[in-house]
Design a binder for this molecule. Sequence first.
Ligand SMILES: Cc1ncc(COP(=O)(O)O)c(C=O)c1O
Length: 366
Amino acid sequence: MQVPLMDLKAEYVALKPQMTEAIDEALSSMQLVLGPNVQRLEQQWAELVGVEHAIGVGSGTDALIIALRALGIAPGDEVITVGWTFIATIEAIILVGAQPVVVDIELDYYCLNPELLEEAITTRTRAIIPVHVYGHPADMAAINDVADEHNLQVIEDCAQAHLARYGGEAVGSLGDCGIFSFYMSKNLSGYGEGGIITTGDDKLAEQIRLLRNHGYTSRYEHEIIGYNSRLDEIQAAILNVKLERLEWGNQRRRELAAIYDKALADLPIITPAVAAPAEHVYHLYTIRTPERDSLSTHLEQNDISFATHYRSPAHLQPACRPYGLHLAELPVTQQAAEEVLQLPIHPYLSDEQIEYVAETVRGFFA
Ligand SMILES: Cc1ncc(COP(=O)(O)O)c(C=O)c1O
């Protein structure tokens, strides 16, 4: 039996009629940018996240850059984040001219360890970007406490955590703003690039709207230097169709995670933990074992796809060397890099497939 890490084709087959109709409608209207589909998505996303504003942009990376710019982060500023993330989080900080400062994670949840914030704060620190990695919210209460005390802004990186909740509130509503990616692997994904920024702050939202569209205010008028980062109508039409299944998909991911949790409970591996009041949406199902590499080979031999995010953490990438990030001492990040492995999890995975994966993992340890 083959088990892929994700199955975009199964989702397409399930939604093909609605998808085809939505794309056809978007094309027939020939309103190709920032039209009714984008507006509908923005409105629905704002409601789901529980904020006043959701602003569609070109990608999750653009969302980070635009959020940082809108908050006024500029050269000379420092922004604290984690090395345990996709490179885009760090890249965006560098692209606005600021200095990333990376701190370690909590081993159980893989998110930023709030206890390490105080010692990372300097007179130049302006913002914190916690990453809700794998779909597990970071400890936002503790992070916001430190941010409030030091007058820092908080951008939640929710690229992997669509509709995950913390204390009953959706991520993306807990900081000054939140960013989401609609890249094809995400819990809600388009068939190209896309992203969205959420905020409850009217002024910030206005700035974000200007920045995503060349600082455009009215015909022939550009108030500030911005970006070409408009979410396109075809992507928004696709996202609106898929959005109807997002809660179902997240629920299915939780069910599958529970099957794995039970089936793998007595093995010498660490399965994902959930830190109350966080609610996980299992973008990825991450296990940890010092035998990661031989387990990977065993999975490969049994036709099971897997991933090892982040075998090579973002701050250790060659691109980050000129910024000195490799000098940060992050022992927990280092341990995680050596031990984590992601098993297949996606809403279209069958019970037979997940049982096969669990059996194969059990077989390795037998
Ligand atoms: C944590 C995190 N932040 C940001 C991004 C960037 O999103 P995009 O690929 O849409 O630019 C990603 C995407 O993989 C991500 O995983």
